[in-house]
Design a binder for this molecule. Structure first.
Ligand SMILES: *Cc1c(COP(=O)(O)O)cnc(C)c1O
Length: 404
């Protein structure tokens, strides 16, 4: 490592809060599926900033839209109208088939906004006694890092010593429709769930789970809130992961790839009157729905469709999954995924996934470990067959080694 690399890392460590443990690479440039470090080494990005850079790094059309808009108008606040918000609404509603849109910034803000909205809906429409609303969530969930959200996380690292927390959440196992049925009471206003649990290690629920969930939510008049912040916008090979299940959520949360990685943009989408309960002054955000964010999100959605990225995610995801399954290595316990949301779970005896990710870095691949023994693989949706094969060769080399 050159002195400059050590400098960046040491300076971060000296001044920054130590709430991350990054892999020892300092990136300075990106294009499509590739990123380069300060020394000029090239890597295939198999994390895509947790799916935020699905359209590929520095997509030229999103960049152009951002620059063009930045020259004209960046922020008005919602105290005034701007000429991008209506177009953003129209286009995201058309793309997703939603009726109402609430623009926010980070994913966690979208989740918080959904929680507020379904509670309000519960009191004002469903008739739940004030202060009694219950929301059901799943064990091993990941919905973000705000206080409201970490309070119902089951990961001790995530919530430990951050309490006290807000009440009103009930935790059930993921993928267990009977548990949902048992947890529902007359005061339940919503079931908040990820279609595939991403941070938990790409956990795909059993077939038939979501149709049953949909049925229970409808039968009991509660809102099915799908957190598609990671799974949405093509990551799983369909626009929304719910389409694999043949269901429609009442409330859908998008973020991450909604801006192609240029800027924090998130949205709460609803296909009923949940968002209709919000009246002037009851919720807001200084930056939410700003013209720069809207122009970027419009371009990010446009290229996703125009450049066939969703179909490509399905095609290359299948190729990647098959290739990973073909790797004969006794380090591997299970390979799973849908579209370009993939994971390799290692046998606990094989050693920590972190060591494999560090070895992959040496081969020109950046991937991220999660939960000790799982390597998560989520390249930009613009990846080609040749690039998938290139990556598979390197995965095969590393996974057949022993880092225990
Ligand atoms: C990343 C993520 C969030 C939180 O988004 P932030 O922009 O980091 O606040 C919420 N839910 C899911 C499923 C995510 O993957």
């Amino acid at each position: 490592m050159s002195s400059s690399v050590i400098d960046f890392i040491a300076t971060e460590a000296r001044f920054g809060a130590h709430n991350y443990a990054p892999i020892g690479v300092v990136l300075s440039r990106g294009e499509g599926v590739w990123v380069w470090d300060t020394e000029g080494n090239r890597y295939l990005d198999c994390l895509s900033a947790y799916s935020a850079v699905s359209q590929g790094h520095c997509h030229p059309k999103i960049l152009a839209a951002m620059v063009e808009q930045a020259h004209r108008l960046t922020l008005t606040s919602r105290a005034f109208h701007n000429d991008q918000l209506a177009l953003f609404y129209e286009e995201i509603a058309a793309l997703t088939g939603s009726h109402k849109v609430l623009p926010m910034n980070s994913g966690a803000e979208a989740v918080e906004s959904a929680i507020k909205s379904v509670r309000k809906w519960g009191y004002e429409v469903k008739g739940v006694p004030d202060g009694q609303a219950e929301i059901i969530v799943c064990a091993n969930n990941f919905h973000g890092r705000t206080l409201g959200i970490v309070g119902f996380s089951t990961d001790p690292e995530t919530h430990g010593h951050f309490g006290p927390f807000a009440p009103g959440f009930k935790i059930i196992p993921f993928g267990d429709a009977a548990a949902l049925e048992q947890a529902i009471t007359p005061n339940t206003v919503a079931f908040l769930v990820e279609p595939i649990q991403g941070e938990a290690g790409v956990v795909i629920p059993p077939a038939g789970y979501f149709p049953k969930v949909r049925e229970l939510c409808t039968a009991n008049n509660l809102m099915l809130v799908l957190d598609e912040i990671q799974t949405g916008l093509g990551r799983t090979g369909k626009l929304l992961a719910e389409q694999h299940e043949g269901i429609e959520a009442d409330v859908t949360l998008l973020g991450k790839a909604l801006s192609g990685g240029f800027y924090p943009v998130s949205a709460v989408l609803s296909n009923n009157d949940v968002l209709g309960t919000l009246k002037p002054g009851q919720h807001g955000s200084t930056f939410g729905g700003n013209p720069l964010a809207c122009a970027i999100a419009r371009a990010a959605m446009r290229v996703l469709v125009e450049e066939g990225m969703i179909e490509n995610a399905a095609r290359q995801g299948a190729r990647f999954l098959e290739g990973l399954k073909d790797i004969r290595a006794n380090t591997i316990r299970e390979v799973r995924g849908r579209g370009l949301m993939l994971a390799v779970e290692l046998h606990p005896e094989a050693g920590r996934a972190r060591h494999y990710c560090e070895a992959l870095q040496g081969k020109g691949i950046l991937a991220k470990d999660t939960h000790e023994h799982t390597i998560r693989i989520a390249p930009p949706l613009v990846i080609t067959s040749d690039q998938v094969d290139w990556a598979l060769e390197r995965f095969a080399t590393i996974l057949t080694q022993d880092f225990s």
